[in-house]
Design a protein around this ligand. Structure first.
Ligand code: NI
Length: 198
């Protein structure tokens, strides 16, 4: 497995700081929590695999999860999407009350067609989203996602990226995260709570 770069660790550290800050302020019941919560998420424009446009406004009204990755990913993405398919299965009827999105950080290779084909390997309720490189940069900035292209010896490239699943309330507020490799019971409990809270 490729060594995670310093930048990735900095991104993880920043995310942990934000999550810790939100958790602390939620316990204190302070309005600062809303301010901190507002710092993850925001406006974006992307395309679904059927070519239709989706913006942050289309995600409103339903709690949702967003995961960033790319279809050529050797391990983290297929593992997470496979596990997420299992979470949706365990949620049963609750799964229909929220939405799950997979946003590519490799839009050059992950066209709508490539992404559509890739998503057939996972639960059909996980929607693949792509866009122009500029559009992908916009949502990466909004969600504080780290990704970086790494050229391999054979001239091909891979992409280091944030492996966290973001949980968002139906009104667009940041609700929490599911970590890479987090156990199923914990992940499903978080999703149930998210569906309950809305
Ligand atoms: Ni990946």
């Amino acid at each position: 497995m490729r060594t995670i770069r310093i930048g990735a660790w900095l991104a993880v550290a920043a995310l942990i700081a934000v999550v810790g800050y939100v958790a602390l302020n939620e316990r204190l019941g302070g309005s600062v929590a809303e301010l901190a919560g507002a710092s993850i998420g925001g406006p974006f424009t992307l395309q679904r695999t059927d070519g239709t446009t989706v913006t942050e406004k289309d995600l409103m009204g339903r709690p949702h999860a967003i995961f960033f990755g790319f279809t050529h990913c050797p391990e983290v993405c297929p593992t997470t999407l496979w596990e997420a398919s299992g979470w949706l299965g365990e949620l049963g009827g609750d799964a229909d009350r929220f939405a799950f999105y997979f946003v590519t950080v490799d839009p050059e290779r992950d066209t709508a067609e490539v992404l559509a084909q890739y998503m057939t390997s996972f639960d059909a309720r996980i929607a693949g989203l792509t866009g122009t490189p500029e559009q992908v940069e916009q949502i990466k900035t909004a969600y504080r996602v780290y990704s970086r292209k790494v050229v391999l010896d054979d001239g091909d490239y891979t992409v280091d990226h944030t492996a966290t699943v973001y949980l968002m309330h139906g009104d667009g507020r940041f609700a929490g995260t599911i970590a890479y490799g987090e156990d199923t019971a914990s992940a499903v409990a978080k999703l149930r709570r998210l569906v309950k809270d809305g």
